[in-house]
Design a protein around this ligand. Structure first.
Ligand SMILES: CCCCCCCCCC(=O)SCCNC(=O)CCNC(=O)[C@H](O)C(C)(C)COP(=O)(O)OP(=O)(O)OC[C@H]1O[C@@H](n2cnc3c(N)ncnc32)[C@H](O)[C@@H]1OP(=O)(O)O
Length: 154
């Protein structure tokens, strides 16, 4: 068991992403963890991440949170599927090939955002991740991401 997040195990060269890189001081630095078969991430929007209406969260960042949490989930899921625990082996780098977001309800500012992901499919280098984004116990957005593991030489 570890208290560290998936992103804490990204190799340094992959740890500069605006959404999830622990080495990006200006970034969101999201943190993802296993909760059984699901992965979870909690995040509270900064007050200036306002969308089209005061009091509501910007949709582009909703997409970013789903994207980066999905990428982290794919990396951790691949490690787990290969039979290793976090920290036993460097995480592989997965990048987003496709991202579909459904915005179901407005997402309020100032509340904790709860992201939960499940792996739908692992096929060779491709992992499909399904995610819900909730606030105040209501699902506000859903995402489905196709994540592809980069070859070692990239
Ligand atoms: C450990 C550190 C982790 C750090 C993670 C940080 C991630 C941050 C998240 C991001 O924002 S990444 C930035 C946005 N994404 C990109 O810039 C990726 C740009 N695209 C690419 O570089 C290539 O298109 C990509 C590597 C995604 C795929 O190219 P490949 O030539 O390696 O893939 P290939 O054609 O061999 O396809 C592999 C599988 O993926 C599937 N695939 C590829 N692109 C797809 C697509 N667009 N839609 C659906 N499926 C797709 C493809 O069909 C195939 O599935 P099957 O094996 O089932 O046949």
């Amino acid at each position: 068991m570890t208290d560290k997040a998936f992103q804490d195990f990204y190799p340094d060269e992959f740890a500069h992403c605006y959404g999830c890189g622990r080495l990006n001081e200006a970034g969101l630095q999201i943190k993802s963890y296993w909760d059984g078969e699901e992965s979870v991430c909690r995040y509270t929007p900064e007050p200036f991440f306002t969308g089209g209406f005061p009091g509501y969260f910007y949709g582009g960042l909703i997409s970013s949170l789903i994207d980066c949490h999905s990428a982290a989930t794919a990396s951790a899921a691949k490690l787990r599927a290969d039979g290793f625990a976090l920290g036993e082996k460097p995480l592989s780098r997965f990048v987003t090939a496709s991202l579909k977001i459904d915005f179901l309800k407005p997402t309020p500012m100032g509340k904790i955002i709860d992201l939960r992901s499940r792996v739908l499919e692992i096929k060779s280098r491709k992992i499909i991740v399904s995610t819900t984004l909730s606030a105040e116990d209501e699902i506000r957005a859903k995402g489905e991401a196709i994540m592809v593991q980069l070859p070692e030489n990239r």
